[in-house]
Design a protein around this ligand. Structure first.
Ligand code: PMP
Length: 422
C-alpha cells in the first residue's frame, strides 16, 4: 500500500479547481476500509481503528431504538438543533460529571464524529499558510484536515511520554515558525499509543499561552484506560482557558458508524461553531443522537466500558506476546496503557539479529495482504514520510487467538520480503 498522497491535477476534467484542493490529501487509513472490503480471502484486520464487533453494544442499542426510534417517533427523524439535541447535550454533561472532562451545557456542541470536530477547529483557526504543529507520527486525518485548510505543518517527535514539547519550542524558535495551532492526541495516541506526561501537558499549555496558540485536544481514547494511573485531560488542566479546543467522540466507546461526537470549547465560540456547522451539515444525524442519549440515560455506558477495557487489555497483551514470539530481535513496539494501537518499528539491518534487509512497511503491505494480514504503514502518519520502517496495528478489533495468527502471518510476509531483498 503506497501512502504517497497525490493532489488532484489542477484543471482535472478541465474544471477550475480551487487552490485548496491541492491540500486534499485524503486518508490512507480510511481508504484501507474500501481496499479491504474488496478482498475475498481471509484477512486478520489490524488496519482500521475500529472497536471489536463483539464490543458494539447491539442489544442495548436495539433496546433503546425500540422506544427512541419507534413507530410513533417521527420527531426523531426531523431536523435537530445545530448545536445538538438538547436531551443528548444534557445527558452528555451528566455523563462527564466527575470525570476529567467534566463540563457545562454551554460548552458542548454535538458534531458528526470527532472528524467534524477537527474540521470545525481548523475552519475557525487555520488560515492558508498558518503553522500547525502536529505530532510525528500523528493521526493522519488530523494532519489531513489541517492541510485541507492549507496549513504549513511542523512535525514534532513523539516518544513514550508523548509529544516532545521542548522540541516544539526549539523548532519554532529555529525556523521562526510560531504555530497558531498545536494539534495533539494526548492520551493513548493514534498511532503510537503513547500518552503525554503530566509535566509535558503543563508545559504544552504554558507554551500555547505564551504564543497565543490554540491547542486542539483530540482525545477519543481517554476513557479506554486499562492500565496505569489516570492523567488529567488538557481540558481539565486548562481550567476554562479558551485556548483549549477539545474534540471528543462516541466512535471508540460506543460505535463509529453512529457518527456522533462533540466539541468542548469556550462558550463564546458556540455561535461561530453553529454558523460553521450550518454551512456544512445543518445538524448531526438526529436518530443517532437519540440512540446515544438513550444509551447514556439507560445507564449502559459504565458496564460497557468496564467490559471493553478488560477485553482490550487482554488483546494488547496477546499482541505483545505474539510480537515477542515472532519479532523478538528484529523490531521494537510500544506499550500503551489504553486505547487501540501499538506502533512497531523494525530495527535497522545492523541491529537486527534476524534478517539482513531493512524493512519497508509500504512494500511489505502487499505481501502481508497476500498472506492474510493488514496494517497501516508508518509513512501514513507523517506528512513528510518519516516512518518507512514502522507500522501501526490495532489490537482492539481482534480476539487473542486471531491476533496470534495475524502476527504469525506478518512474520511470514516479512521473511518473504526479506528473502526477496537478498
Ligand atoms: N481523532 C483520532 C485520534 C482518532 O483516532 C479518530 C478515529 N480514528 C478520530 C479523531 C475521528 O473520530 P470519528 O470516527 O468519531 O470521526
Amino acid at each position: 500500500m503506497s501512502t504517497t498522497t497525490t493532489a488532484p491535477a489542477t484543471g482535472t476534467a478541465g474544471l477550475p479547481l480551487a487552490d485548496r484542493t491541492s491540500g486534499l490529501v485524503g486518508s490512507v487509513i480510511d481508504s484501507s476500509t474500501s481496499l479491504l472490503a474488496k478482498q475475498t480471502h481471509d484477512i486478520v484486520r489490524f488496519a482500521m481503528g475500529s472497536p471489536a464487533a463483539d464490543a458494539i453494544p447491539t442489544a442495548a442499542l436495539a433496546e433503546v431504538a425500540r422506544t427512541a426510534l419507534g413507530v410513533d417517533r417521527a420527531d426523531a427523524f426531523d431536523y435537530a438543533a445545530t448545536e445538538g439535541d438538547l436531551p443528548l447535550r444534557e445527558a452528555l454533561v451528566d455523563m462527564l460529571a466527575d470525570t476529567t472532562d467534566a463540563t457545562a451545557l454551554d460548552r458542548v456542541t454535538i458534531t458528526s464524529g470527532g472528524m467534524q470536530g477537527l474540521d470545525l477547529a481548523c475552519k475557525l483557526f487555520v488560515d492558508p499558510g498558518d503553522v500547525v504543529a502536529v505530532e510525528s507520527p500523528t493521526y493522519t486525518n488530523g494532519s489531513a484536515t489541517a492541510l485541507s485548510y492549507q496549513a504549513d505543518l511542523l512535525e514534532i517527535p513523539v516518544d513514550e511520554h508523548g509529544m516532545d514539547v521542548e522540541d516544539l519550542r526549539g523548532q519554532a524558535e529555529r525556523t521562526g515558525k510560531t504555530p497558531t495551532v498545536i494539534y495533539t492526541v494526548p492520551t493513548f495516541q493514534n498511532p503510537s499509543g503513547a500518552s503525554l506526561s503530566l509535566d509535558r501537558r503543563h508545559r504544552l499549555l504554558a507554551l500555547a499561552r505564551e504564543w497565543g496558540a490554540v491547542v486542539i485536544d483530540d482525545d477519543p481514547y481517554g476513557m479506554l484506560r486499562f492500565a496505569g494511573d489516570p492523567v488529567p485531560s488538557l481540558h481539565e488542566l486548562a481550567a476554562g482557558d479558551p485556548l483549549v479546543f477539545s474534540v471528543r467522540t462516541f466512535s471508540k466507546i460506543i460505535a463509529p458508524g453512529l457518527r456522533v461526537g462533540w466539541v468542548d470549547t469556550d462558550p463564546s465560540l458556540q455561535p461561530l461553531l453553529i454558523s460553521a456547522k450550518q454551512a456544512m451539515d445543518t445538524c448531526t444525524n438526529l436518530p443517532a443522537q437519540r440512540l446515544v442519549e438513550g444509551f447514556l440515560r439507560g445507564g449502559y455506558l459504565a458496564e460497557h466500558l468496564a467490559r471493553t477495557r478488560t477485553a482490550y487489555r487482554e488483546r494488547k497483551e496477546a499482541m505483545q506476546e505474539a510480537l515477542t514470539e515472532h519479532f523478538g530481535g528484529m523490531a521494537r513496539w510500544t506499550d500503551p496503557d489504553g486505547g487501540f494501537f501499538l506502533w512497531i518499528t523494525f530495527d535497522s539491518p545492523e541491529n537486527n539479529t534476524e534478517i539482513d534487509a531493512a524493512i519497508d512497511t509500504e512494500a511489505l503491505f502487499e505481501v502481508a495482504l497476500a498472506h492474510g494480514v493488514a496494517y497501516i504503514p508508518g509513512n501514513a502518519f507523517s506528512p513528510s514520510r518519516r516512518f518507512p520502517d514502522a507500522l501501526r496495528v490495532c489490537f482492539a478489533t481482534t480476539p487473542p487467538a486471531r491476533i496470534h495468527e495475524g502476527v504469525a502471518r506478518l512474520r511470514r510476509a516479512v521473511d518473504e520480503l526479506a528473502g526477496a531483498a537478498v
